[in-house]
Design a protein around this ligand. Sequence first.
Ligand code: UDX
Length: 435
Amino acid sequence: MRITMIGTGYVGLVTGACLAEFGHQVICMDKDEAKIAALREGGIPIYEPGLDALVAKNVREGRLAFSTEMAEAVGAAQAVFIAVGTPSSRRGDGYADLTYIHAAARELAVHLTGYTVVVDKSTVPVGTARQVARIIREANSAADFDVVSNPEFLREGAAINDFMRPDRVVLGAESERAIAAMKELYDPLYLLSTPFVTTNLETAELIKYAANAFLAVKISFINEMATICEAVGADVKDLAKAVGLDGRIGRKFLHPGPGYGGSCFPKDTLALLRVAQEHGVAARIVEAGVEVNAAQKARMVKKIRDALGGSEAGKTVAALGLTFKPETDDLRDSPALTILPPLFEKGARIQIHDPQAMPQAASMFPHFHYTSSAYEACQGADAVVLLTEWNQYRALDLAKIKAAMKSPLFIDLRNVYEPAKMREAGFTYVCVGRN
Ligand code: UDX
């Protein structure tokens, strides 16, 4: 099939490259000329394991191309994906900003030729697919098209595998023609017996929010349990294992930490709250999940402060990891960005190491000190705080860390290390939900 992807951000680029790998003819388009020029030269704007090789292979084999021209990209396409950004609106009220979606719909409309499926891939509030259909119809009353909602469930750092081997594919589609086109598009997944859920547009849009909200609530739940564990002298790791072994609950997403972050959970939970509010219904569980997440980040600041003897003024804090999770360079809503600034503002010197995100962080926090290794970050530190569980921080040379530090205080906000072993290694060890 001939496919056009509008928007070459995280979702658009991964989806475009993977559909090309399925054998389709894909054009990824973006208005950002510098980005398209860089992609044509083989430059990948984000860090996602395996993406550079996948893009290069499909470009080389002639299935993937890049363009800034809407007419060229949309005219020949049988399926046009809208994968532009839906940031939280600047008003700070949690609403998703649909400016880019609406603009893309208006602009693509006039270039449609022949029957085309317009696929909403971006995460959007319920009702957006129908808005997109209306905008296209208004801009081009002769267009022969259907709108399909096909939410993505890609985890950063594992996006290619998530695309190639999804737990399910969700299709919000209301015509047989559209469903047939989407089946052709995802044919390789049918061969793998991937479950497909075909439903109406509203349900497909809500499924995405419901899945992310459930996972976010699950994390907030275990973070709340971690706080209770600390209060009563219980161990959250054993608790999570035992609770998670109940097949009805499951072990995934029961890892306590500094709170969830990233481009999806924080934004999508807020957007879901707004959807509920707009329709006059309560969403108290999601609301509580969001509140617990904010409290968790604040609790981490207090944890660090308490471990430093009640004040961080004049202390040096080594921070390992800035991204919201490993294997990404994404800093969006990363807990580190909420936890470190208050320490700096109260007079701590912050020495940072992160394998991927230091260039972006340096422009956001020019007063932090950026170092070339975990060991350099720990030089002269009063405390080291492990914020992101990058693999390279899982097997640190503890003797070397301890020798570099002024005092051996290890604050492990990802529970990577074992308390007994850390004490044996001579550290004062503080973690989450384990005494
Ligand atoms: C998420 C969803 O998993 C994906 O399906 C969706 O489409 C996009 O949003 P992503 O944001 O890439 O993916 O990251 P994910 O692996 O889900 O982690 C999100 C956050 O939750 C991270 O900050 C992570 O550290 C945190 N987390 C995750 C926990 O604190 N504990 C856990 O047990 C799991």
